[in-house]
Every structure is written in C-alpha cells, then in structure tokens.
Design a protein around this ligand. Structure first.
Ligand code: B12
Ligand code: SF4
Length: 495
C-alpha cells in the first residue's frame, strides 16, 4: 500500500438564511497544495466535502447550516490515506473542523491530522488542543510536502518543520514561497468539476465552465480589518505572466474552461505583470472571460492597463473603496485616492467591463455622518457606471490587527460579514438596506435600461453580475416552489 495524502475541503458552513454565507466556491488552496505534492511525487487525493454534494443543505444547530457532505460521510470516504489534511477557509468552519477531527481520530486511530488555512493559522493552538497533530501556519506548500515526505520516509523531524506547529513546538516563522511559478498549477482534475459547473454560480458571475486561480500572494497594504498582511506578508509576490497564461491555456484546452476567476486580493499591484498577462493571453488566442472579484489595486491600474486586460477578456472586476469617509478609511489603514477611483470606474464602463464595489459598514468609531458619506460615494460611482455593490458589516477576524477590541461574540462562527451578535446589528442592517436602496435609486434614475436588462439576464441565466446570479438563485427557488423550474441556458448558466 502506497503512502497517500488526503486533503479535505469542508462543506460550506454558514449562518442559516445569510445570503452572503453559502456562495459556492472552489477550494483554490487545496487545489494548489494537491498540485504541488503531486508534481513532487507524493500520492494525493482531494475529498471534496462541498463539491461532492453541492445541492445538499442541512442544519448543524439552531444557527448554522452546511452545504455538502456530513461529517460521517466524509469519514466514510477517507479510504486508506496515511496523512489527512483539512483546509479551513475561515472561522465559519471552526467547530465543524474540530468535530471532524474527533471522528477521524475514532475511525482511523494513528492517522496523522494536519490543518491549514487562514483561520487555523491564526488560532493554531486551539486546533492542536482540539485534536489536530499539526497546523500549517501561513502558506502550506513547503510544510505539507516536508511533513508528507518525513512521514512516508520515516524521518523523525516532524516537530521541527518550518511553518508547522505541533504539540510542544510552536511554529517557526511561516514560510513564504518566493518562486510562485515553482508551486505549479492547481490540481483541478481532482475535484468533481462538473458538479461546480452545473451550479452556474460562484463568487464571480461565471456562465459556463470555470476555474478559480490565484496569481499572487501577500499585500503591500496593511488594512487593520484584514488578515492577509500578517499571514502572507506585505511583500507582494507574483507568478510570471507566462506561467499564469500557461495555466489558463491548460484549463481552456484540456477542460474547455471559458471563465477564469482570478481571486487575488491585490491584482495589478504591478502594472507590467498585468499587461504582460494580457499580452500572453492575446498572443495565444485564448478566448476566455476573466473575472477579478476580490478587488484590484487602484494605485497601479491605469486606463492603458485596463484596456489591455479588457482586450484579453476581462469582463468583471471589483473595486474595494470600503468607506466614503476618509476618517474611517484612515482608521481602517486603507488610504484611497477617490478621484482615481471615480476615473477607473468611468474608464472600466467605457471599456465595457462590468464593475462592482465593496463597502464595509460598522467599522470602529463609524458615525451616521460617515455612513452618509459612504452612500454619497456609492451614488457617485453608480452615476459613473458602477454596476453593483456588495455591503458587508464589519466583524473582527482572528489574525487581523483589528481583532482584539470587539466583544460580544460567542464562537468563531459568529465572525462573518453578517455579525448578528453585535448590539448595533439592527441599526447596521438598516444602514445596509439604505445603502442598497440608494444604489438602486441611482441606477433607476441614471441607468434605467440596465436595470431591466439585469432582470432579463437573471431570468435567462446569462448573468454578467454577481447580483444577477444571486437574483436568479432566488427566482429559481420561487419558480421551483410554483412547480415551474427556470430553464438552464444552453451554455450552462445558473439553474
Ligand atoms: C476568494 C475568497 C473568498 C471567496 C471564495 C473562496 C475560495 N475560492 O477560496 C468567498 C467570497 C466565497 C469567500 C467567503 C468567505 N470568506 Co474568504 N477569502 C477569499 C480570499 C480573498 C482568497 C482565498 C484564496 O483563494 N486564497 C489563495 C489560496 C492559495 O490560499 P489559501 O486558500 O489560504 O490556502 C493556502 C494556505 O492557507 C494553506 N492551506 C489552506 N488549506 C490548507 C490545508 C492544509 C492541510 C495545509 C497544510 C495548508 C493549507 O496553504 C494554501 C497554499 O499556500 C481570502 C484571502 C486570502 N488571501 O487567502 C479570503 C479569506 C480566507 N476569507 C475570509 C472570510 C472571513 C470569509 C467569510 C467568512 C466572509 C463572509 N462572507 O462572512 C466567507 C466564509 C465562507 C464560508 N461560509 O466558509 C478571511 C478569513 C479570515 C479568518 N481569520 O478566518 C480571509 C483571509 C479574508 C481576509 N483577508 O481577512 N472568501
Ligand atoms: S484588504 Fe486588500 S488591500 Fe487591504 S491589506 Fe487586505 S488584501 Fe491588502
């Protein structure tokens, strides 16, 4: 029997009824880890706790639900893995991951368990106390490969692996991959891809076969609400344009992928890389739609770069102004050149790129006046052609600088963008509704035809915006209840 590693992607745990909580997503981290191990001769499989049952919704307790396999179903599918790795995207899966560890322990005594992801990286001691033998702190490629090889080859050094915590051995500083090209491609073939594609929905408005990739790591900025600078570093590291294009070409030609979600948080930090990628895609004649749903760097993007990306297939991107108030942005540690933001939004519209913007309400010290300014900024952007907004209510995240202050939450699962535990949550929900209504009013006034088109696209399934895909999902539920399910479009839209 060979030495096999099984990497588990957990079901999506969310607060029951939270429309932001159960968005389907591909487990990018797990895909890259598997690709890295496989390319280095380690046998690896992915047990996809979401992708194997993406239509199964079930209750976990009075407040939480999950989509995907149950804990017992995951344990039953472990096979003869000799090392089990569990990927934990956020605190939403904290207790699920600990319960799962206990069940794996009972069913497979002696099989080492390792956890990784932003959340366990921040609270690694709790994962060790909760049943895991190891926790990868930060990027997982090097520590996981080292661990797998040591266990496979019987090398007794697993308490000294850089970037890996274990009982009695806190982690040495997390390792940061410098040569990201060497990490390799995402092992997407180990996922039930057809199940993802059949959903017709992800965290970007995909239409057909899609793949989620990352092209860079780290962020030069230092927003106090974000975990990235602390866990991945402030030095921005990137893959080369050629390597990224190789990966896109591979998925396009081998899997017929048409939609590429680039989910970097700081895409475009270097203009030459963004332009180089555009040139590679065009030179290879790749016909793909590119989505940048996690935020682009305004500081370095200019009109020329946007035009190049548009020519290469960029159809959707998100800006992340977060707040209309300079005072709040300063407190967040997120400076913003508003004039530049407005220029980029107008330019994107002229080029035919659909644009969304993120706003955060309720950050430390925010006043009613600050919220008014946020509505003002959203309105100004919408007049210039911003297509949609996503409004989050601030929650402290373990690993972020602004974590310590807030009190009132009971468990990590409370820490999401709809923090119902906050005393001011009812007021913040009203503020959120008001912001959405203001956006809608501006849209109806300045771009009424687009509103009609959005509804038509939501009904037809050819969605170009996240909001349209979300509306379609809602409408699909209503139509199903009426006994007349919405038809899927021929190229695989949402259903
Ligand atoms: C895109 C994204 C999303 C997307 C899609 C997710 C996806 N496809 O992965 C969506 C919008 C759905 C999403 C949702 C949420 N997200 Co999110 N998301 C991200 C983002 C921006 C990128 C994720 C990514 O692809 N990273 C690239 C891959 C390569 O990295 P990775 O997954 O972290 O994996 C690496 C390591 O973590 C580690 N690793 C991971 N798993 C394992 C397993 C093992 C065994 C080992 C050894 C190592 C290991 O090795 C990997 C390779 O180096 C991250 C920020 C970031 N920089 O990662 C936030 C982030 C992970 N999200 C976060 C949060 C809070 C959420 C939400 C709770 C927000 C909400 N709606 O309330 C939800 C939770 C969803 C749920 N119900 O579970 C936080 C988590 C912070 C924390 N301490 O918990 C982050 C860090 C954002 C931030 N900067 O603060 N998210
Ligand atoms: S929110 Fe975005 S810009 Fe700010 S530190 Fe995090 S990744 Fe960087």
């Amino acid at each position: 029997m060979g030495f096999g590693v099984c990497l588990i992607n957990l079901p999506i745990v969310h607060r029951t009824g939270d429309p932001f909580g159960d968005i389907p997503f591909m487990p990018t981290g797990v895909m890259y880890l598997a690709g890295h191990l496989r390319a280095r001769g380690v046998e690896v499989s992915i047990l996809d706790g979401f992708g194997l049952a993406p239509a199964r919704h079930y209750r976990l307790d009075g407040q939480l639900s999950a989509v995907g396999l149950t804990e017992d179903e995951i344990v039953a599918r472990l096979g003869d893995a000799r090392l089990v790795g569990v990927s934990v995207h956020s605190g939403m899966s904290h207790h699920f991951a600990l319960r799962l560890a206990a069940k794996i322990r009972a069913a497979r005594p002696g099989v080492p368990l390792v956890a990784g992801g932003h959340h366990p990286s921040a609270v690694w001691g709790e994962f060790l106390a909760g049943g895991y033998d190891y926790v990868a702190v930060g990027e997982g490629e090097a520590p996981l490969l080292h661990l797998a090889r040591s266990l496979r080859d019987g090398v007794d050094d697993t308490d000294r692996i850089p970037g890996l915590a274990c009982a009695g051995a806190p982690p040495t500083p997390a390792l940061r991959e410098e040569d990201l090209d060497a990490c390799g491609f995402a092992a997407a073939d180990l996922l039930p891809l057809e199940n993802y594609w059949a959903l017709g929905m992800s965290h970007a408005p995909v239409r057909g076969r899609y793949i989620a990739i990352t092209t860079s790591r780290g962020c030069p900025f230092n927003c106090r609400f974000c975990t990235t600078p602390r866990l991945l570093g402030r030095q921005w590291r990137t893959r080369s344009p050629r390597h990224i294009a190789d990966e896109i070409e591979f998925f396009a030609r081998r899997h017929g992928v048409e939609d590429i979600i680039i989910q970097d948080e700081a895409f475009g930090t270097r203009r030459d890389i963004a332009r180089g990628l555009a040139e590679e895609i065009i030179a290879r004649g790749l016909k793909v739609r590119i989505h940048l749903p996690s935020g682009v760097r305004l500081e370095s993007l200019d009109e020329e770069t946007l035009a190049a990306l548009r020519a290469a297939g960029l159809v959707y991107m998100c800006l992340a102004p977060e707040s209309g108030s300079e005072r709040v942005r300063e407190r967040m540690g997120k400076p913003l050149d508003t004039a530049r933001l407005l220029r980029i939004a107008s330019c994107a519209r002229r080029l035919g790129i659909r644009v969304g913007a993120f706003f955060i309400l309720g950050f430390e010290g925010e006043t009613e006046e600050d919220r008014r300014m946020t509505r003002g900024l959203a309105a100004a952007l919408t007049r210039r052609g911003l297509d949609e907004i996503s409004v989050f209510i601030w929650t402290p995240l373990p690993g972020a600088e602004a974590f310590g202050g807030a009190t009132g939450w009971a468990r990590y699962e409370d820490l999401n963008w709809s923090p119902a535990w906050r005393r001011d949550y009812p007021a913040l929900r009203r503020a959120r509704r008001r912001l959405y209504l203001r956006w809608l009013a501006e849209k109806a006034l300045f771009h009424p035809v687009e509103l009609g088109l959005s509804l038509a696209r939501a009904l037809s399934g050819h969605c170009e915006l996240k909001g349209e895909a979300a509306l379609r999902r809602m409408l699909a539920g209503v139509f199903r209840a009426l006994g007349a399910p919405l038809r899927r479009p021929p190229d695989g839209g949402s259903g």
